[in-house]
Design a protein around this ligand. Structure first.
Ligand SMILES: [Zn+2]
Length: 283
């Protein structure tokens, strides 16, 4: 069998010789052919979604124009994003801050801006305005469920819409951040944390994920965690963690038991079908 680059050598689109090929030299490799077809399909689908009239297929040059437009749009968005990220400098350098945010666990407080906290979270807005009623106005608020580092991540997300780079890679504080996102009603952070926890979901952390998903009523995460528990039932149920989990989460253990039995029943049904088929075949 020939290596694939030899097949592509002949392609008038992607071979290193493509620039010297001239019509009627017009062979095209399978990958370019499929790629072009997918792109046309995607473009036609987009157009028919946008306006409900059937557009004639316009060819790849339209696809290219569309891609160029998107690129320009993306560039514009990136510039805007960079502009908005300027906020985080005001947080990091504590420029004109007017409130101290106290973490739990005795770490040092972080200086922030009342206006921004109030704009990003309805809950924090209420906390801050109820403070103003007291005389004199309180100089600090407390977010006791976050330790100092988690609080820094949380605040940075409020200022720039994404977590600090190193936190994005490690994901160590996802659970604390998800709980905080739920408590202070920051849907974008909630979505971000859910996505990251879904990506890292496995038998070793399924119970923890299930617990936190139930605590902040995250249905998507809860369903996936339950599937992971059922799929790796022996590993999870016979782990030391399960005993501690059961003490604090009786209702979730009931759900796990039911899910396991349901799964066994469904699988048992398949086994019965197989046995029937075997019996029938034996006759
Ligand atoms: Zn090709």
């Amino acid at each position: 069998k020939e290596p694939c680059w030899q097949v592509a050598m002949d392609c008038c689109i992607c071979s290193p010789m493509a620039s010297v090929f001239r019509p009627p030299r017009n062979s095209i490799c399978a990958s370019c052919y499929d790629g072009a077809r997918c792109m046309m399909g995607f473009l036609n689908q987009l157009e028919s979604e946008g306006q409900n009239e059937s557009n004639p297929i316009k060819g790849l040059s339209t696809a290219f124009k569309w891609m160029k437009e998107k690129e320009q749009k993306e560039q514009g968005l990136m510039e805007k994003l960079e502009f908005l990220e300027g906020f985080v400098v005001a947080l990091r350098d504590a420029v004109h801050t007017d409130i101290l945010v106290q973490p739990g666990g005795g770490g040092p407080p972080i200086a922030a801006h009342r206006a921004l906290l109030a704009a990003r979270s309805e809950i924090l807005r209420t906390v801050l305005s109820s403070d103003e009623c007291k005389a004199p106005a309180s100089e600090s608020i407390s977010l006791p469920e976050l330790d100092h580092e988690a609080l820094r991540c949380f605040l940075e997300f409020l200022y720039r819409g994404s977590l600090p780079k190193e936190e994005e890679e490690e994901g160590r504080r996802d659970r604390a951040l998800l709980l905080a996102a739920d408590k202070y009603d920051v849907p974008l952070l909630k979505k971000e944390c859910e996505g990251r926890m879904l990506g890292a979901l496995g038998p070793s952390n399924a119970l923890d994920v299930l617990e936190v998903a139930a605590a902040c009523s995250s249905e998507r995460l809860r369903r996936s965690a339950m599937s992971a528990v059922v799929e790796h039932a022996e590993e999870v149920v016979f782990s030391g963690r399960y005993e501690g989990f059961a003490l604090g989460n009786a209702h979730l253990c009931v759900e796990i038991t039911r899910a396991l039995l349901r799964e066994r029943r469904d699988r048992g049904g398949d086994d019965c079908e197989e046995k029937k088929l075997l019996l029938l075949g034996g006759r």
